[in-house]
Write a protein that binds this ligand. Structure first.
Ligand code: 5GP
Length: 185
């Protein structure tokens, strides 16, 4: 079987997951990131094939029928999914990080019980709301929708293997890297 570990990272929108993941990959250059496919339109700074594979709804549904996803979910009115082959290929070369939400995390745990699931919490709900509002790309409606979903996501943290708090991106990245380093081969 493949030699790398599958590490799922979840956390509500606005928790600073992207920054933490970035720090982790700076500190451990052999870690790879599973690039998801999505039907969400790209944000201004996002690059196709780096942050996501941006695909049409038709293409995404075709990929579902082809069994191309390790897991997928529909939330915030868009589809998001992990292309199975890409994740497997990256695992041949080392540990792979998946930035996915709880419905996807549950599917990964079923398909690959050896996967490690880590949930990132904000220091407080107030801080999460502040960070969500600080994102230029979210309207009032979107903020309300994301906050509601954040509350649901945080309720899911109890069935994850580890819960970490992002009080500081560097420290949090270190904590997750320590968890990964201690996992058995
Ligand atoms: P955003 O639209 O802000 O980039 O991501 C919204 C949510 O989708 C985040 O919680 C992120 O973790 C989740 N997500 C990103 N890619 C995937 C994926 O491939 N599968 C699932 N299930 N969720 C994903």
């Amino acid at each position: 079987m493949s030699k790398g570990k599958l590490v799922v990272i979840s956390g509500a929108s606005g928790v600073g997951k992207g920054t933490v993941l970035g720090r982790m990959m700076e500190k451990r250059e052999d870690l790879s990131f599973s690039v998801s496919a999505t039907t969400r339109p790209p944000r201004p700074n996002e690059i196709d094939g780096v942050h996501y594979y941006f695909v049409t709804k038709e293409r995404f549904e075709e990929m579902i029928r082809e069994g191309a996803f390790l897991e997928y979910d529909s939330h915030n009115t868009y589809y998001y999914g992990t292309p199975r082959r890409q994740a497997e290929e990256k695992m041949e070369r080392g540990d792979v990080l998946l930035d996915i939400e709880p419905n996807g995390a549950r599917q990964v745990k079923q398909a690959a019980p050896e996967a490690t699931l880590i949930f990132i919490m904000p220091p407080s709900r107030e801080e999460l709301e502040r960070r969500l509002r600080g994102r230029g790309d979210t309207s009032e409606d979107q903020i309300a929708m994301r906050l509601k979903r954040a509350v649901w996501e945080m309720e899911q943290r109890w069935w994850y293997d580890y819960i970490v708090v992002n009080d500081d991106a560097d420290r949090c990245a270190e904590e997750i890297l320590n968890i990964i380093a201690k996992l058995k081969d």
